[in-house]
Ligand binder design. Structure first.
Ligand SMILES: [Ca+2]
Length: 634
C-alpha cells in the first residue's frame, strides 16, 4: 500500500515544483518596477474602499493587493490593515517585498473584525496550475452531485495568498474556498525565504492544502485553525484512494514553531514535516479527524512534537476506508534523495482513538532508515483501534528510547514492535502485560486509572491512586515538564500528566537519609517498590530514617505512610512531621494496616526541601519499618 501512496505523492511533488517555477516567471512582471522608498506607512483596506483613495482609515483602498503594493513601496515597517467583510479574488494576492528585522511588512485584520478572502471555489485557476484527478469507484453523492467512475476533479496549485519575501507577518485573516491552496509561504525554488509569521488565521474549505511552507527558515505559525481543506480528496477516499495532499505542510524548511493551532476535519494528512525539514516544533495544538493521517514525519530531523492532543472523535465521515487513520507516524519514504530522518522527540502528547497512536514503518524501499536517536517519552496513548504502538520494518534502530509512556487499550493490539536492537523501552505503563523488546522490569502493568469524564486534556490526568504516579524513569533533562507544563518530579509520573503527589521511597538515596545501620529487605509481599528498610530490632533509640520530599509548589499536603505489617513489628513507631507550621509527632502500629497508604495528617509544606518526615525506633520493641511516604496536595 505504501508504495502506491508514495508514488502518488511523488507525482504531486514534481508537478508542484514545475508549477512554482512557472509562478516565479509570472511574478517577475509584478516586482520589476522602479520604486521610491518612503517612510513606513499604515494603509487601510475595506470592502467599501476605492483603489484611487489614499488608503487612509477614512479613505481605504478596495483591494488587499493594492494595500500590499503600497506597503511594499513605503518600505519595511509598513502595515496593511484590512477591515471585515468578504474579498473575492480572481488571482493570488502576492507579497513580494520584504521587511527587515524588527520592521516587518504586516498584513493584518482590523482589530475585532474578520476579513474573509474567498476564491469562490473558482480561483485561482491559472491553466498552468491546474491538476486533474479521475474518480474511480462506486457512485458517490456529495453536495447534491453524484460522482461516478471517470468523473474528473480539477484543482489548482495556486494560492489565495502567496508570500515570497522576508520579514512578513500575517495576522487574523480568513482564507476560504480557494480552487487551490490557502496560503503558500516560500516557493519550490531558490532563493530561500526567512522570518515569516502567520497567526490567528482561519483557513478552510479550500480544494487543495491549507498552508504550505517551503524553503523558509525561521517561521512562526501561531493560533491558526484549518478545517475542511483538501476537499477534492473527499470523494476519492471511499474506494481508490486516488490522492490527497497534506493540510499543513512544512517542506525543506527550518527553525520554525507551530503552536496553539487546530487542524481538524480535513481530507488529507493533518501536519507533515517533509524533505530535510529540521529544527521545527509542533506544540500545544489539536490535530484530529484528519482523513489520511494526523502528524507525519518523513525525512525530517530535529523535530519536536510536544503537548499536543492528537485524536479521533469517532466521526465516521472522516474515516479512512472503514476506520480512523493513524496518529503520529514516522516513515522515510523512498522517493527523492533526502537523507533519512533522526532526532525526533515526541513528548507529553495525549493520543486517543487513532488506528495506530504511534507508528513507524519502513517497507524496505528506503534502505538504511530506522528510528535513530529518537525519543518517545511521557505520552499517554489510549485506545488505538488497531495497534497502540507499531514499529515495523527498517534497519536496526539506533539509540531510541521509549519510556514513561502510558499505553492503554481496551480493544485492538497493545504493541507490535519488531525484535530489533536499538530500541530501549523502559518504565512504560501497559494496560496488560507485553513481552519482547517492548517489556521492561520497571514497567507498570495494569489500568493507569485516568480521571476520564468529559473529553479534553483533563481526561488524561491520573487519579490519586494511579499506579503510574512516581513510577517513571527520571528523565528530567529530556522531559522537564508535563502536558500542562507542571514541573516533573523525580521520579516522574508515567504518561503526559505529572500527578502533584510527591512520593518518596526508601530506595531514593537523594531524598532519604539514615541514622544508624538500617537493613534493606524485599522479603515482605506488602512492600512498596522494590524493598524497604528495617532496624533489625536493634539499636533502639539511636536510629532514624528521614524522608525529604522535593516540594514544587507551596501547598497543604495530606501525608501518608506505607509500611508492611507483621506480628514481629513495633506497635508504637515514632513518626515526626516537620512542616511549615512546626512539628507534629505521633506513633503508628506496624502490626496492622500494612501494604496500604495510611493517613498521618494534613500540613503545609513550602516549596523546596525544608520539610520532612522522620521515622525513628526510640522506645520501640519489635522491628521498625521505613518503606515509603507520600504527600498529596489539596
Ligand atoms: Ca519501599
Amino acid at each position: 500500500m505504501m508504495l502506491t501512496i508514495s508514488m502518488k505523492k511523488r507525482a504531486l511533488f514534481v508537478f508542484s515544483v514545475i508549477l512554482a517555477t512557472l509562478f516565479e516567471l509570472i511574478l517577475v512582471g509584478f516586482v520589476n518596477q522602479t520604486e521610491v522608498k518612503a517612510a513606513a506607512t499604515t494603509y487601510y483596506v475595506a470592502t467599501t474602499g476605492n483603489n484611487t483613495y489614499p488608503g487612509t482609515s477614512s479613505q481605504p483602498f478596495a483591494t488587499i493587493q493594492k494595500g500590499i503594493d503600497m506597503a511594499g513601496t513605503a518600505g519595511p515597517g509598513s502595515t496593511v490593515i484590512v477591515r471585515g467583510g468578504t474579498y473575492n479574488i480572481t488571482s493570488p494576492i502576492m507579497i513580494t517585498t520584504s521587511g527587515t528585522s524588527g520592521s516587518p511588512i504586516t498584513l493584518m485584520a482590523y482589530p475585532g473584525e474578520t476579513p474573509v478572502i474567498s476564491g469562490q471555489n473558482t480561483y485561482p485557476n491559472h491553466p498552468l496550475s491546474l491538476e486533474t484527478m479521475t474518480y474511480t469507484g462506486i457512485p458517490v453523492t456529495n453536495d447534491g452531485v453524484t460522482y461516478t467512475t471517470g468523473q474528473q476533479f480539477t484543482f489548482s496549485w495556486g494560492a489565495l495568498l502567496s508570500i515570497t519575501a522576508n520579514y512578513i507577518e500575517i495576522d487574523g485573516l480568513e482564507m476560504k474556498q480557494s480552487y487551490g491552496v490557502g496560503i503558500y509561504a516560500g516557493s519550490a525554488t531558490t532563493p530561500r525565504y526567512h522570518d515569516i509569521t502567520i497567526k490567528n488565521s482561519r483557513i478552510h474549505d479550500n480544494r487543495n492544502l491549507a498552508l504550505l511552507v517551503e524553503n523558509v527558515d525561521h517561521f512562526t505559525l501561531d493560533g491558526n485553525e484549518m478545517w475542511e481543506n483538501a476537499n477534492y480528496g473527499r470523494f476519492s477516499r471511499l474506494s481508490s484512494e486516488m490522492n490527497w495532499p497534506l493540510i499543513l505542510m512544512i517542506k525543506n524548511s527550518s527553525n520554525g514553531t507551530i503552536k496553539n493551532s487546530k487542524i481538524y476535519n480535513n481530507w488529507g494528512e493533518g501536519v507533515g514535516f517533509w524533505n530535510d525539514t529540521h529544527d521545527v516544533v509542533l506544540e500545544d495544538s489539536s490535530v484530529y479527524d484528519n482523513y489520511a493521517l494526523e502528524v507525519y514525519v518523513d525525512k525530517a530531523y530535529d523535530i519536536t512534537i510536544q503537548r499536543n492532543m492528537i485524536y479521533k472523535t469517532g466521526n465516521p465521515i472522516y474515516f479512512r476506508g472503514t476506520g480512523p487513520s493513524m496518529g503520529i507516524a514516522i516513515a522515510d519514504e523512498p522517493y527523492l534523495s533526502y537523507p533519512a530522518g533522526h532526532d525526533r522527540k515526541i513528548i507529553n502528547n495525549f493520543l486517543i482513538g487513532n488506528s495506530q497512536n504511534f507508528a513507524y514503518w519502513n517497507t524496505g524501499l528506503a534502505t538504511g532508515t530506522s528510528l535513530n536517536n529518537d525519543l518517545i517519552a511521557g505520552n499517554t496513548f489510549i485506545d488505538a483501534t488497531n495497534t497502540n504502538i507499531s514499529i515495523t520494518g527498517g534497519a536496526n534502530h539506533v539509540n531510541t528510547r521509549i519510556e514513561n509512556n502510558i499505553f492503554k487499550s481496551s480493544a485492538g493490539t497493545l504493541q507490535n514492535v519488531d525484535q530489533k536492537p536499538g530500541l530501549v523501552f523502559s518504565n512504560n505503563c501497559w494496560s496488560s502485560a507485553v513481552s519482547g523488546v517492548a517489556s521492561n522490569g520497571n514497567d507498570v502493568i495494569g489500568d493507569p486509572l485516568l480521571v476520564g469524564g468529559t473529553f479534553g486534556p483533563d481526561y488524561f490526568k491520573l487519579q490519586t491512586h494511579s499506579p503510574c504516579i512516581a513510577k517513571g524513569k527520571n528523565n528530567v533533562t529530556d522531559v522537564a515538564e508535563d502536558y500542562f507544563m507542571n514541573v516533573r518530579h523525580n521520579p516522574p509520573s508515567i504518561g503526559g500528566y505529572e500527578h502533584p503527589t510527591v512520593l518518596v521511597d526508601n530506595s531514593d538515596s537523594t531524598k532519604v537519609t539514615k541514622t544508624g545501620t538500617w537493613t534493606a529487605s524485599s522479603f515482605s509481599p506488602q512492600k512498596y517498590g522494590t524493598d524497604y528498610l528495617h532496624d533489625g530490632n536493634a539499636g533502639k533509640g539511636s536510629m532514624s530514617v528521614t524522608f525529604t520530599p522535593a516540594i514544587v509548589s507551596s501547598n497543604t499536603y495530606d501525608v501518608y505512610m506505607w509500611w508492611n505489617a507483621d506480628t514481629n513489628r513495633a506497635i508504637n513507631v515514632p513518626v515526626t512531621v516537620n512542616h511549615a507550621g512546626g512539628t507534629y509527632s505521633t506513633t503508628v502500629n506496624q502490626q496492622a494496616n500494612g501494604g496500604q497508604w495510611n493517613f498521618i495528617g494534613s500540613y503545609t509544606f513550602h516549596a523546596g526541601t525544608s520539610g520532612n518526615v522522620v521515622i525513628s525506633n526510640t522506645s520501640t520493641s519489635g522491628f521498625v519499618i521505613a518503606d515509603a511516604v507520600k504527600f498529596v496536595p489539596h
